[in-house]
Design a protein around this ligand. Sequence first.
Ligand SMILES: [Zn+2]
Length: 187
Amino acid sequence: MKKFLSIINILFLLVLGGLLFVWIDREIENKRIREARPLPSGLHNIVEEKSVELVEQANKIGIPILITDGFRSIESQNEIYDQGRTSSGAIVSYAKGGESYHNYGLAFDFALLNQDNSISYDLQRDSNGNGEADWFEVARIGKDLGFTWGGDWRGFKDYPHFEYTLGLSIRELQNGWRIEDKIEESN
Ligand SMILES: [Zn+2]
């Protein structure tokens, strides 16, 4: 009887070991696939569609806006990071190349449009006269569309900035994770 039990135990351990091996093998393969993924070269189509939606919805309530910036290459992100540090001007970003959601096509910036088509960063402007600042109305529409808004950040606030992350961190994006992985996960 004792001997029989130990055979069962050995079989159990073998099966467990086999399953573990299959799991590790699959994880290594997934990691390899992720790391081979190229960096995006433009705004993600979901983000693109949602940015169009944001412009349309803002327009509908009398707030014309302009998307001022979307996808950024690593080089252009580094140039923006250098501004106020090794090049002239004020600091505008705390993210180096590869550290911003802009680099993965998941972020864009906006500004308000004046009647003469110049842009405005006036957070208090209330051009539709409804008693609420235009900027914050746009922020609310963006958040309803699923974006994280830079004006909600603690510390440095990036009022023109929206990003669509589905919970992915910059570290995960650097390791090749993409929002498609999150969409797959939730299905
Ligand atoms: Zn931004």
